[in-house]
Design a protein around this ligand. Sequence first.
Ligand SMILES: [Mg+2]
Length: 448
Amino acid sequence: MVTITKATTRDVRFPTSLDKTGSDAMNAAGDYSAAYCILNTDSEFSGHGMTFTIGRGNEIVCQAISLLAARVEGKKLEDLVSNWGETWRYLVSDSQLRWIGPEKGVIHLALGAVVNAIWDLWAKTLNKPVWRIVAEMSPEEFVSCIDFRYITDAITKEEAIEMLKKEEPGKAERIKHAEANRAVPAYTTSAGWLGYGKDKMKGLLQETLNAGYKHFKLKVGTSVAEDKERLSIAREVIGYDRGNFLMVDANQVWSVPEAIEYMKQLSEFKPWFIEEPTSPDDVFGHKAIREALKPYNIGVATGEMCQNRVIFKQLLQQGAIDVCQIDACRMGGVNEVLAVLLMAKKFGVPIVPHSGGVGLPEYTQHLSTIDYVVVSGKLSVLEYVDHLHEHFFNPSVIKDGYYTTPLEPGYSVEMKPESMDKFEYPGKEGVSWWKSQEARPILEGERI
Ligand SMILES: [Mg+2]
């Protein structure tokens, strides 16, 4: 029996704005950050969960994590996971904290960290990776993890159980694929940041092509002329007829008509999809863009800033997206993601999680494996960005263009203590990078 004794938070920030890693049309200079939740227990185990932000404001998420995590202090792990759906509902039901959401924004980012820390703790006590716990669940156990309130007009518990049962016959075979590291093909955004120069971009594209990738994503949205040049270079490297896919990402910079007009002008480069063409809340806007770009064979993708399962439900019900990009911690952790996997399956839309940042590939490798093994039964692709993995005990690893399926117990985001100390913000004098001279350009620079 494991009891959660005390929850602690850590504010960890990596100075990625220095070299423009992560730069796109909306986010010019992000410092990849983790708002961290650690659940200490009366046993040898501790649960580690985090939420990803890009710097300033990370302390607000840490505050929210402290408030939410207090709700599980003194609780037995066994009780929390024996009816997960109820636990999840309990965690969103502190009426005063709910007021500052509900189920969206900072409080929901914090929920993701807390819920995922419980999954990590549970998986460690069972000596299994998170994906395997879900893979070994019966359809009834799977749906019991989900709070179905607000989504029964799209999918009911009974329908979900039927759907999962239909995929059961091939499950053992797909688990073998997972064990052989053939469950999750990767795509890369490493070359595509907007702040990278053309030579750096070309070199990185060639490098990733040589490493076995077939899907490449580039940021767009500064100007049509600029983007045409960048996409020409990309197509020069990856070709048009060599089975390689090009995707583009605008990070919400356009209005709906602008997105349509802009993308028509980039259609000659044959992108598979345009990601985040406009506001993540605009369900009907995405639908209009999708319909306008259909004759050009360009799909619409979104999800990394989709705040909860309700918006995903609407995007799917309205036929507004071709690709569903769940985020491991913008939503309320594993449980809410499972709800979206089910809805996406029902509406026939592939899951291509948002990944990258810091810690996201470590999380999403589990989620894509669950989608393949348990829910969709189909191979998809998962974003991979090769930054900051060295800070984790069990980093995600790509081999031959596939994610290496995580086999270590837990949810893979436990960060090395020395990394946490070194990049803690504001941090301790003589320990934290943020107290060093090197940090001054960021701390005293223009806030963009
Ligand atoms: Mg994106």
